[in-house]
Design a protein. Structure first.
Length: 151
């Protein structure tokens, strides 16, 4: 083939470190906009970015020119640096080292987008841990619970 073509939807989830301050509600919109700009700089297409005080969800179309680990690393590194500039409250802010990445079929990307957009409402009924375990189960991902919640 003369061209390399792809359209990969990925749903990313990451949590703040247990020793980190949580993300204030008034800072989330700007943080998510910044994350979207980072994704665009990586030639990815952000579709939905949202979360609550302790974690984020991203739905994006991955660039064919970047590895998944590099995408996540760059989003977390740049957003961490950005939020630390917001003031002393965020001086010790950090994301956990790990992340969840889940493929999304093109037929389900609208449903996934709505799910991400409704995070606040969703987390009135379910904790992050419950939510994340459901994703792991749904995708058949094996894990060691000893290390699942460790920073």
């Amino acid at each position: 083939m003369a061209q390399s073509l792809s359209k990969l939807y990925v749903h990313l989830i990451s949590h703040v470190k247990s020793t980190s301050p949580t993300i204030k509600k008034e800072d989330r919109t700007d943080l998510y906009a910044y994350m979207g700009a980072v994704l665009k700089d990586l030639n990815c297409i952000p579709i939905a970015i949202n979360g609550v005080s302790d974690h984020f969800h991203i739905l994006c179309v991955m660039s064919k020119n970047i590895a998944l680990f590099k995408l996540v690393e760059d989003v977390k590194r740049h957003s961490s640096r950005w939020i630390k500039k917001k003031g002393d409250y965020y001086r010790n802010f950090a994301w956990q080292g790990g992340y969840g990445a889940f493929s999304v079929s093109s037929s389900l990307h609208d449903k996934t987008k709505r799910y991400i957009e409704n995070q606040e409402e969703h987390h009135k009924k379910m904790s992050f841990q419950e939510e994340y375990l459901l994703f792991l189960k749904e995708y058949g991902i094996e894990y060691n619970e000893t290390y699942l919640w460790v920073d």
